[in-house]
Design a protein around this ligand. Structure first.
Ligand SMILES: CC(C)(COP(=O)(O)OP(=O)(O)OC[C@H]1O[C@@H](n2cnc3c(N)ncnc32)[C@H](O)[C@@H]1OP(=O)(O)O)[C@@H](O)C(=O)NCCC(=O)NCCS
Length: 168
C-alpha cells in the first residue's frame, strides 16, 4: 500500500482547513508546525490541488502503564515492562467540504498502516492509542474496533489486530 498522505510542510495553506472542531482547526493553524520542529509529533496531510488540505492526522511515540493494558494483550507481555510502547494517533480530522465521502476511513487506514510499518521496521509498539475529543470521535473509533482504556478516556487497538488488515 502506498500512503495517501504526505508530511505537512510550509507549502500547504493550512489556515484554509476547517473541520468544525476548534481544537483540531486551531492545532493545524497555530501549533502543528511548532510541534513538528520540536519533534513532538509528525503531521500527515491529505493534499487537495497541491496546496490545500483535505484531512490530517498526527503520530507520536507514546507509552501506557501496564495496568491500563487490556488483559488479553497484557498476558503475553513480560512483567519487566512497567510501561508498554505504543503509537499515539493524537488527532485526525477531515475538512468540512470533504466529510462523509469516506476520507475519514481512508485517513485512519493510512495512519494505521504507517503505525504498523513503524512497529515492524523502526520502533516497537504494541498498539495504536487515540485520545478522542468527544462522544462523536469515540463512536467513530469504536466502529473500527478501538476499545476504551480504563480511567484515561483513551482508546486502544492492538498492533497484532492492525497487522491482520495489511498482511497479504
Ligand atoms: C470523524 C471524521 C474524521 C469522520 O470523517 P468522514 O470523512 O466524514 O468519515 P467517513 O466518510 O470516512 O465515514 C467513515 C465511517 O465512519 C462513520 N462516521 C463518520 N463520522 C462519525 C461520527 N462522528 N460518529 C460515528 N461514526 C461516524 C460514517 O458513518 C462511516 O461509516 P459507514 O461507512 O458505516 O457509514 C470527521 O467527521 C471529522 O473530521 N470530524 C471532526 C474531527 C473529529 O471529531 N475527529 C475525531 C478524532 S480527534
Amino acid at each position: 500500500m502506498i500512503y495517501i498522505t504526505v508530511p505537512l510542510d510550509s507549502s500547504f495553506k493550512k489556515e484554509d482547513f476547517y473541520c468544525g472542531k476548534s481544537l483540531l482547526d486551531d492545532y493545524l493553524h497555530k501549533q502543528a508546525s511548532q510541534d513538528i520542529k520540536r519533534k513532538l509529533s509528525v503531521v500527515f496531510v491529505l493534499p487537495h490541488e497541491e496546496v490545500r488540505i483535505k484531512g490530517y492526522y498526527t503520530l507520536s511515540n507514546n507509552s501506557i502503564p501496564r495496568e491500563f493494558v487490556p488483559d488479553t494483550v497484557l498476558k503475553k507481555m513480560p512483567k519487566t515492562y512497567l510501561n508498554l510502547p505504543t503509537t499515539l494517533l493524537g488527532r485526525l480530522a477531515v475538512d468540512g467540504n470533504f466529510m462523509k465521502q469516506g476520507l475519514g476511513e481512508l485517513l485512519l487506514l493510512d495512519a494505521l498502516k504507517r503505525s504498523y510499518d513503524i512497529s515492524t521496521k523502526s520502533a516497537g509498539s504494541i498498539a495504536v492509542v487515540v485520545d478522542p475529543l468527544d462522544i462523536d470521535a469515540k463512536r467513530f473509533y469504536s466502529k473500527y474496533g478501538f476499545i476504551e482504556l480504563p480511567d484515561s478516556g483513551k482508546m486502544f487497538l492492538p498492533m497484532n489486530v492492525i497487522g491482520k488488515l495489511f498482511q497479504p
